[in-house]
Structures are given as structure tokens and as C-alpha cells.
Design a protein around this ligand. Structure first.
Ligand code: PMP
Ligand code: GLU
Length: 407
């Protein structure tokens, strides 16, 4: 069967592919340590499950409003006002099938063929296909390990042109784990504010997972709270990471500017695509939002300790270079010190892809090769430390022994 050129040339998500591969190997009985999935190992809080169950039992099984129930949109807007300082109303909120869906829809609504979207790389690997499927092209603002994976305002400014439709910021960052300070983020946002036609897309999915224990300057900040950008910012968030609800698929976009033109556009698009998220999940999402401060606070403490542990252990691998993660649950070591060598199993290591493949085969540790996170990310691997301390210790020890044995 013939399929479209657009989809024929589309790469599937490498993060999801690595996660699926690790699961399949485990199902075969292999002792795989999964550093692939960007997915908390906690379970969803019991009271949130209970709310979904009660909604089901009370008959919430029919179609829901496309942009979300009025109660859920109001709860999201309240959180974004109180927690993020964003001046918004329920009508500015569109609830989506995860933040991934929100980002996809935002790109469809903001980008015309020929437009450019600036991303700071290394960047989450789904942004590029989202931009390209909307007919736009990606401009990579490279911020490598030598600058701590942080873009400067000057660097960002140099990437903006009259064709720039949007700039995507993501702090804490997937895949680097780096968190900008509020001042640094505001300085980047100012660059967008000075460029009258560009929209700022702020992906804040990891905002509850920030570790001042690692970097005292790291703190949450929403550029959408800046008056000069209030009309031109789309803020993306969801419950996947902060409430351990990845499989529920609940995210949102908040876009108060321009008389709600973006929220309305996203709603129209969604009405032709998925409709609203499952009806019985709406009350559960409201419950999750109520409980979020306490629940995600407890998870944050655990992740902060893991961030410290993983940075310490990785710094013990001589051929790696590492920036200690100050947010999210990713470390993104530079592994180019291993290139040109051969593994104990006889595999030539000349790229992040060959490294990840050989590591999985020979040591049963799953990591994501950096390639799809941007041009500058090709000599890196992503290690997700959303797993137990024991798994972190065991997995990094396996990597260290194996790297030491490369010839
Ligand atoms: N943004 C970033 C930076 C991510 O890492 C992810 C990964 N899940 C998402 C958005 C989307 O998350 P979800 O669709 O599960 O809400
Ligand atoms: N965002 C997570 C990750 O990067 C989940 C998988 C995905 O949606 O990309 O691993």
C-alpha cells in the first residue's frame, strides 16, 4: 500500500522505541536495566484512581466537551494563575491527550509552510517532527555541554529571522536535565518578546521536578507570566511526570493571548482529530490537580536524591563528560571518548547508536542514543534515572565496567 511521503519519511519516537525494546527483552526473561523511559516509576496516587473509578460508576462514559470539562479547565486555569502567575481563564485552556498532543496541536496552529521554529538543542526529539509535519523547518540553537547545555540570549537572537513563527523553550530540559534560573529564562524570553511576530512555546512538563539541591539557582519560572509576553505565550504542561500519570494521557495548553485565538484553533483541530479526553478521566484530573502540591513534592525529594546519585556515579566514568542534572530525570553524558574503540563483544563503537545497541546487547542496559535530540547531541546518550537507587547503582556500574573494557 502506498503511504504519504510525509509519513513515509517520518521517524518513530526513539524514546518510546527504546522503552518498548527494553520491555520486550524483559518479557523474554533478560535482566535489562531500563534507563530509556522518561517515565516515573511511582504509581498514580490512589485517590486519583478512585476518582476515575467513581466517575465511571456514576456513568461518565459519554463524549465530553472537546477542550475538557468546564470543571477541569477551571482547575487548570486556577493552577496556572496561582502556581505559574499566568493571567488566564478556563476558556484559555485546552485539555489534550498528554502534553505531546498539546505540542503537536500548537505547531499545527502556529506554523505555516516555510515558517521556522527555533529549538534549543539538545531538545526533546518530538519537537522536530511536530514542526516538520506542520510544514515548517527547525532552526537548532545549539547549546552544547561546554556551555552547560544552556543557550545565551545572544545565541538565541542569532537564530531568529523574519520567518520565525515560534521559539520552544523547555526548562527543566529533556534530554539534558538542565534547569535555567528564572533570570536566565526571562532573558531568553525577552529575546522572543523583542521579535514581534514570534510565539513563545514554553514546555513546563518538568516544572515540579527541579533540584536546587544540585543547582541553587534552579527554580520554576513561567515566561507566560511576563506582561510583555502574556499575549504571545503558549504554556504546555500535564500530569504525566509530576503525578506519575504517563499512561493516563492528560496534558494541556494555556494560551490567553489574542482573544483566545489559539485555544479556539486547537479546539477546532482537536474536534476533528481525537475529540475530548476520556470523560471519566476529567474528575480524576481535577483530583490530581488538587493533590499535586503534596504528591509531587514527595516525589521531587526522591528524584533530587537520585539526581545527585546518578551525577556522582557517572562522574566516575573516565571516558564520559557529564553536567549534573538539576531537573527532570535525565542525565546526558558525552560519550565521544568511547568512539573509535571496540567492545568486548567485537562491536565497533563509532556513534551513540552503536554504543547504545552494543550496551544493550552486551550488558543489558537500555539508554537512548542522542542522535534524534539534535545535531549537537550525536555524541551523547540519555540516561533516564526514573528508577530505583539499586537499579541506578547496578546500571551505572554495568556501564562503567563495560566502558572501561572497550579497547
Ligand atoms: N514535553 C517533554 C519535554 C517531554 O519530555 C514529554 C515526554 N513525555 C512531553 C512533553 C509529553 O508528555 P506527555 O505527552 O506524557 O504529557
Ligand atoms: N517524554 C518521555 C521521554 O522522552 C516519554 C516518551 C516520549 O513521549 O517521548 O522518554
Amino acid at each position: 500500500m502506498r503511504i504519504s511521503t510525509r509519513v513515509g519519511s517520518l521517524r518513530g519516537s526513539a524514546t518510546l522505541a527504546v522503552t518498548a525494546r527494553a520491555k520486550a527483552l524483559r518479557a523474554e526473561g533478560r535482566d535489562v536495566i531500563g534507563f530509556g523511559a522518561g517515565e516515573p516509576d511511582f504509581d498514580t496516587p490512589e485517590e486519583v484512581k478512585q476518582a476515575a473509578w467513581e466517575a465511571l460508576q456514576s456513568g461518565a462514559t459519554k463524549y465530553a466537551p472537546t477542550p475538557g470539562s468546564p470543571e477541569l479547565r477551571a482547575a487548570v486555569a486556577a493552577r496556572m494563575r496561582e502556581h505559574n502567575g499566568i493571567d488566564c481563564e478556563a476558556a484559555d485552556v485546552v485539555v489534550t491527550v498528554g502534553a505531546k498532543h498539546a505540542a503537536f496541536e500548537a505547531m499545527q496552529c502556529l506554523v505555516d509552510p516555510g515558517d521556522e521554529v527555533v529549538i534549543i538543542t539538545p531538545a526533546w526529539l518530538s519537537y522536530r517532527p511536530m514542526v516538520e509535519l506542520a510544514g515548517g523547518s527547525v532552526v537548532e540553537c545549539a547549546a552544547g555541554i561546554e556551555q552547560g547545555f544552556k543557550a545565551t540570549p545572544e545565541g538565541l537572537k542569532a537564530c531568529l529571522t523574519e520567518r520565525t513563527a515560534a521559539v520552544i523553550l523547555n526548562s527543566p530540559s529533556n534530554p539534558t536535565g538542565v534547569t535555567y534560573s528564572p533570570d536566565e529564562l526571562a532573558a531568553l524570553a525577552e529575546v522572543v518578546a523583542d521579535h514581534p511576530d514570534a510565539v513563545l512555546v514554553s514546555d513546563e512538563i518538568y516544572e515540579d521536578l527541579i533540584y536546587p539541591e544540585v543547582d541553587p539557582a534552579a527554580a520554576p519560572f513561567s515566561p507566560g507570566s511576563m506582561p510583555e509576553l502574556a499575549d504571545r505565550t503558549v504554556t504546555l504542561n500535564g500530569l504525566s511526570k509530576s503525578m506519575a500519570m504517563t499512561g493516563w494521557r492528560i496534558g494541556w495548553a494555556v494560551a490567553p493571548g489574542g482573544d483566545g485565538v489559539l485555544a479556539k484553533g486547537m479546539t477546532r483541530l482537536q474536534s476533528q482529530m481525537t475529540s475530548g479526553i476520556p470523560t471519566f478521566l476529567m474528575p480524576a484530573a481535577v483530583k490530581a490537580l488538587e493533590d499535586q502540591p503534596v504528591r509531587s513534592g514527595a516525589m521531587r525529594e526522591v528524584f533530587a536524591e537520585r539526581a545527585r546519585l546518578v551525577a556522582e556515579l557517572l562522574s566516575g566514568i573516565d571516558r564520559f563528560r557529564v553536567v549534573p542534572p538539576s531537573g527532570a530525570f535525565y542525565a546526558f553524558p558525552d560519550i565521544s571518548g568511547c568512539f573509535g574503540r571496540t567492545s568486548p563483544g567485537g562491536r565497533a563503537i563509532d556513534s551513540a547508536g552503536t554504543f547504545a545497541e552494543a550496551l544493550l546487547e552486551e550488558k543489558e542496559v537500555a539508554v537512548v542514543p542522542g542522535d534524534d535530540f539534535g545535531e549537537i547531541a550525536r555524541s551523547h546518550i540519555r540516561i533516564s534515572f526514573a528508577c530505583s537507587d539499586d537499579q541506578i547503582r547496578d546500571g551505572v556500574a554495568r556501564i562503567r565496567d563495560w566502558v572501561d573494557s572497550l579497547e
